[in-house]
Design a protein around this ligand. Structure first.
Ligand code: HEM
Length: 205
């Protein structure tokens, strides 16, 4: 029994770490890289070209993005199924946030898989270019554009809210005052990241 709970503890910490360090950092880098589209097509294409020229890129992507994502999403789905979601029975805002964290994880998963296929896997397989024109052409369809607005917002919500729970998980914000402050910061982070993400989408229109 003790062995089972310490295994669960370790798996939970690993899940949290994967969400914050490789995935969270990658999300920030990815939002920044794409936000360069707001400076214009030439800047964007130069930046994307430099990123695609990083040596051993596929190895880095598999080790630091795909594997942590597979683990974080797999374990996230498992704990999401085991959890007792009860926002209707107890309408505390934390219960809603708990539920929203799981729903946003699922939306993020669908969005990331689609986005990965369109801009990374299919370009690797069919050697199609990834540049400003390709992203612009892709976002022309209103439903795809809306799907991106939903996917970006869901991802930024999941990360901002996840950082808030992550600070509790790692014992950094254990008191009420610290949690109220980090809750305000979570809102600021969510608004800033979502603003950058949606601003970037409009830079392609
Ligand atoms: C860009 C991709 C993602 C990032 C940056 C990310 C980030 C995070 C972070 C930082 C946490 C907080 C960890 C903690 O509370 O200690 C978290 C929690 C969570 N994530 Fe993700 N995540 C991503 C994708 C996903 C996906 C695809 C799923 C599932 C389909 C998912 C499911 C969950 C669940 C269920 C939790 C709550 C864990 C708990 O309450 O203990 N995440 N995520």
């Amino acid at each position: 029994m003790k062995e089972l709970s310490s295994r669960r503890f370790l798996l939970g910490r690993l899940h949290s770490l994967a969400g914050i360090v490789p995935l969270g950092l990658f999300l920030l880098e990815h939002l920044y890289s794409n936000a360069i589209a707001m400076l214009g097509k030439a800047e964007y294409d130069r930046h994307v070209g430099a990123l695609l020229g990083i040596p051993f890129l596929p190895v880095i992507e598999v080790l630091f993005i795909a594997m942590p994502l597979l683990y974080h999403a797999g374990y996230g789905i498992y704990i999401g199924m085991m959890a007792k979601n009860n926002p209707y029975r107890y309408s505390y805002s934390q219960n809603w946030m708990f539920f929203a964290q799981r729903v946003s994880g699922l939306i993020t998963l669908v969005f990331v898989l689609y986005h990965l296929w369109v801009f990374r896997l299919s370009s690797l397989i069919f050697a199609s270019p990834v540049n400003y024109d390709a992203v612009q052409a892709h976002l022309q369809h209103p439903l795809i554009f809306l799907f991106y607005v939903l996917g970006v917002s869901s991802t930024t919500f999941h990360f901002s809210n996840g950082l808030w729970t992550g600070l509790i998980t790692w014992g950094i914000t254990s008191g009420g005052a610290a949690q109220r402050l980090s809750s305000a910061l979570r809102l600021v982070l969510f608004v800033v990241l979502t603003g950058v993400g949606i601003g970037t989408l409009f830079a392609f229109i």
